[in-house]
Design a protein around this ligand. Structure first.
Ligand code: MN
Length: 494
């Protein structure tokens, strides 16, 4: 469905009443003019895509530079507009974001889908982004692309879907963006496992139908009881996501048996504050007994590693079915759905005069733990854990202590910053460093002490026979492995 500029603007203004409309319009018209005559594979005018991406970001409450960068993001690649032109026309903040989005666009799943390489690919993505907004723009870009994947040639569909499932969805999860993660997974699922998807649809249908009916009865009863006990809360029903259901069915203890899944339709109770969560839990257990042993998980007292907070309780309904009830405050709910992006809503609430007291109480939106998502990302590198207090709001410097480079077939290796092709060679294979004939970085011959950057493609051309490392290499190599290997051979020579 084609989105209009007016729709986008209305959405953006709903979250950010103070945005500069004149400027935004100028950016839009600039992008529209440059994309003029280009058509997407869906048949729509190309400008629809950047407009949709900007609209997704507006829904997340992102700031004006992010919305502008989204409108401009495909100009360098699709319309040959140089970054310099964007920078001289709209300034460095926006052009920096556009540049970042294009840099990160080079991070593609091409090599092995081994767990370690996949994790490195995700880290490479974040390391190359340098600014959290770049990650969010790329995620929104992918969400729109995967929503319109039908129009893409079939051969390409599967690659993009796998990349979305293995790289983008886990990144969204890392950022605590539960809703986005679920959407990316469910949109990729049918392209990757079409037969399994059909199977799931068929077996799940009658069970969803039954659950829905059953749960609506519970919801009505629960609403009445909450009112009666003076607990102010919203009660809603939520069907389980398809891909998440599929993964759960594959667990050995479930053995593809859908009758073992208790949260096909979960009931969600959203309260005003944390203490009301426990009041609501009391009300629930007064009317429905928790299931012994598997009953209650208190992720409020003990949040999940990505910061997720909620109380989950499994209860017996009046027919002896097991139903899951999730209880969380409004703030926890926004955090669980929007994670990193929720920060922007917070920054905006503050700039629009929400008092500090309100922010503290959580009546306006807040993130108590300073940038918990930055810590999450930084947690990928142990050595920066102490530096997290100094992290600037948007910067991802924490990850710059590592670089991530591609092998020619697309596998991703992590190395310390300023590493060289010699470090790379010993990292890829314990002996490859002894057979270096020449090295190429991004297709060009490079010196052995060349400093590698994230995203570089590094190729070692092997000599036929072993070549003794030069002791001068010790002056530039960064990894302990390389140093040890070089020293070993040098000392053998003595
Ligand atoms: Mn795009």
């Amino acid at each position: 469905m084609e989105i209009s500029y007016q729709d986008f603007l209305a959405q953006a203004k709903a979250k950010r009443p103070g945005l500069d409309e004149n400027r935004l319009k100028k950016v839009y018209l600039f992008a529209k003019k440059k994309h003029n005559g280009q058509v997407r594979q869906t048949g729509e005018n190309y400008i629809c895509h950047p407009l949709s991406v900007a609209s997704i970001l507006a829904g997340w409450g992102l700031d004006q530079p992010s919305l502008e960068a989204a409108l401009l993001h495909d100009l360098p690649e699709m319309a040959n507009v140089p970054i310099e032109e964007i920078s001289s026309t709209f300034g460095e903040e926006v052009s920096g974001l556009v540049e970042g989005v294009n840099r990160v666009g080079k991070v593609k799943l091409r090599g092995s889908q081994d767990v370690e390489f996949l994790e490195n690919l995700r880290k490479m993505f974040v390391a190359m982004a340098q600014d959290i907004r770049v990650v969010l723009i790329r995620l929104a870009d992918r969400l729109h692309n995967i929503s319109t994947l039908d129009a893409v040639p079939i051969a390409k569909q599967k690659r993009i879907a796998i990349e979305t499932l293995e790289v983008y969805a886990p990144l969204a999860e890392r950022l605590g963006m539960g809703r986005l993660k679920g959407e990316l997974e469910d949109l990729s699922f049918p392209y990757i496992y079409p037969e399994e998807y059909t199977w799931l649809q068929e077996i799940a249908k009658p069970h969803f139908k039954y659950s829905e009916k059953n749960v609506s009865g519970i919801m009505n009863k629960l609403r009445q009881q909450l009112v009666k006990h003076g607990v102010n809360a919203k009660v809603e029903g939520r069907p389980k996501r398809k891909y998440s259901l599929y993964k759960k069915l594959l667990r050995p203890e479930n053995n593809r048996d859908i009758t073992k899944i208790y949260d096909l339709m979960a009931v969600r109770v959203i309260t005003e504050d944390t203490s009301s969560c426990y009041s609501a839990l009391g009300v629930v257990h007064q009317y429905w007994k928790p299931v012994p042993n598997i009953g209650i998980s208190d992720f409020i007292a003990q949040p999940k590693p990505n910061g997720y907070q909620s109380i989950h309780t499994k209860i017996f309904d009046n027919m002896g079915n097991i139903v899951e009830i999730q209880i969380r405050s409004e703030e926890m709910h926004l955090n669980a759905e929007f994670g990193a992006a929720a920060h922007f809503a917070y920054a905006d609430a503050k700039s629009h005069g929400a008092s500090d007291k309100k922010l503290q109480e959580g009546t306006a939106f807040k993130i108590t733990d300073k940038m918990s998502w930055v810590k999450q990302l930084a947690g990928w590198q142990n050595q920066v854990s102490t530096a997290s207090d100094d992290i600037e709001d948007y910067k991802l410097d924490a990850l710059s202590k590592h670089i991530y480079v591609f092998s020619p077939n697309g596998d991703v290796y992590d190395l310390p910053e300023n590493s060289t092709p010699v470090d790379y060679a010993f990292r890829v294979h314990s002996d490859l460093g002894y057979y270096i004939q020449t090295v190429k970085v991004n297709g060009r011959i490079a010196p052995l002490d060349h400093e590698l950057k994230s995203g570089d493609i590094v190729e070692v051309q092997k000599s036929k026979t072993i070549k003794k490392p030069n002791k001068n290499w010790l002056r530039f190599v960064k990894t302990q492995v390389a140093k040890g290997k070089i020293r070993k051979v040098i000392s053998d020579q003595v």
